[in-house]
Design a protein around this ligand. Structure first.
Ligand code: HXC
Length: 257
């Protein structure tokens, strides 16, 4: 499939997806949303892909939802179509997705990065939820996910002032997992993705599901979900292979079954 707003590159078992609307700093219009939903569905169905990396340009991961597309919309337009509800398809994907963020990740761009499984940031990254300056509020999960990532106080600060946070602050408060020099961001993200892609795909999907439960539910319910998923790994050939390989002092050969 070909895409208007994405550049796609396969690097062994890693799918590198680049947002490509340089004229609008990768602002997320409805075509970008449809294409990201489509490419991640295809990746989920493709056994040769073990992990995805989603990145933008040096200047911008994404500068937000497309303000020019939203500007003429009425309440009826956004409410009747439940605007942005389609992103739940993206967050429901089973393959791990790493956000590799350089430059601006603002508004919907920050929200998209947070919809991925974790964020690797370039030292040039700037995160923010500036919607309040446009007379609106986050609509793609920012008020909810940012609060879970960084806590109420900093999330309030970001959402109410619309200020940006640099990469060092984002790492300190747990929004991003690592910060790397901007020139190395994509290669580093692909390397991390290749490590994930070398694991058993069904086990990686279960691990993703288990961590995501922590975002959604109570500790007691999450611990039950984790144990059931853990028990389920014992139904997989890959669990037998992983433990046999350890005992036999060799590398595992996972078959994704
Ligand atoms: C549409 C955008 C855009 C956006 C930038 N552009 N951000 N177009 N939607 N979110 C366009 C500009 O209009 C301009 O096009 C081109 O990209 C380059 O942007 P500049 O502003 O000239 O670049 P610069 O001076 O370097 O400033 C970069 C910037 C600024 C600080 C990131 O562009 C900016 O503040 N952008 C908006 C950030 C924002 O408010 N994001 C939140 C969006 S709301 P032209 O053709 O004019 O040259 C959101 C809501 C989600 O995400 C859900 C709630 C409803």
């Amino acid at each position: 499939m070909s895409y208007q707003t994405l550049l796609i590159e396969k690097r062994d078992n890693v799918l590198l997806v680049r947002l490509n609307r340089p004229e609008a700093l990768n602002a997320l219009n409805s075509t970008v949303a449809q294409e990201l939903i489509a490419v991640t569905a295809e990746a989920d169905a493709d056994d040769s892909i073990g992990c995805l990396v989603l990145t933008g340009s040096e200047k911008a991961f994404a500068a937000g939802a497309d303000i020019k597309e939203m500007q003429p919309l009425t309440f009826q337009d956004v409410a009747v179509t439940d605007k942005f509800a389609e992103w739940s398809l993206f967050t429901g994907r089973r393959k791990p997705i790493i956000a590799a963020v350089a430059g601006y990740a603002l508004g919907g761009g920050c929200e998209l990065a947070m919809m991925c499984d974790f964020i690797l940031a370039a030292d040039s990254a700037k995160f923010g939820q500036p919607e309040i300056k446009l007379g609106t509020i986050p609509g793609m999960g920012g008020s909810q996910r940012l609060t879970r990532f960084v806590g109420k106080s900093k999330a309030m600060d970001m959402v109410l002032t619309g200020r940006m946070m640099d990469a060092a602050e984002a790492e300190r408060c747990g929004l991003v997992s690592r910060v790397v020099p901007a020139a190395e961001l994509v290669e580093e993200a692909v390397k991390v993705a290749a490590v994930i892609a070398s694991m058993s795909q069904p086990v990686a999907a279960m691990a993703k599901e288990a961590v995501n439960r922590a975002f959604e539910t109570t500790l007691t319910e999450g611990l039950i979900a984790e144990r059931r998923l853990f028990h389920s790994t014992f139904a997989l050939d890959d669990r037998s292979e992983g433990m046999a390989a350890f005992v036999e002092r060799r590398a595992p050969d996972f078959k994704n079954r």
